[in-house]
Design a binder for this molecule. Structure first.
Ligand code: DAT
Ligand code: MG
Length: 138
């Protein structure tokens, strides 16, 4: 069964949106196969966001992800990688479609990195790599 890694970022946890986001994933019909709250450390985030090293928003992104607790979860179901990214909406919350997590629940805060509530893996390879980082390969 296909799996994806979802992160509820510090803005989502701070704003008490964990239940809302988990409910949207469940209502869509995906299974929450595992879930945990954690405070990520820099080493973990550097691995998770390795593809973005050197981009102007990289350091602000890591700092933002260190700014408070996050929730990591594994969602499971046919085509869940594509399906969760569709639920999440576009990266830029200003233009993310209404009805999506980012479109409904986030906006531009004028910060160096866009604060867009959730992360979702973008391919099977990324999903398995990221699940191993956050759940030790389980
Ligand atoms: P996504 O989270 O939609 O997969 P991404 O992997 O390209 O987007 O980028 C990771 C995060 O970095 C993204 O969720 C928000 C931030 N980000 C991406 N592009 C940005 C930009 N041009 N300016 C500011 N922040 C950006
Ligand atoms: Mg991405």
């Amino acid at each position: 069964m296909e799996r994806t890694l979802v992160l509820i970022k510090p803005d989502g946890v701070r704003r008490n949106l964990v239940g809302e986001i988990v409910a949207r994933i469940e209502r869509k019909g995906y299974l929450i196969a595992n879930i945990r709250m954690l405070e990520a450390d820099r080493a973990l985030l550097e691995k998770h966001y390795a593809e973005h090293v050197g981009k102007p928003f990289y350091e602000p992104l890591v700092e933002f992800m260190l700014s408070g607790p996050i929730v990591a979860l594994i969602a499971e179901g046919n085509r869940v990688i594509e399906g969760f990214r569709s639920l999440a909406g576009a990266t830029d919350p200003t233009v993310a479609a209404p009805g999506t997590i980012r479109g409904d629940l986030a906006r531009d805060q004028g910060t160096k990195v866009v604060q867009n509530i959730v992360h979702g893996s973008d391919s099977i390879e990324s999903a398995e790599r990221e699940i191993a980082l956050f759940f030790g390969g389980k």
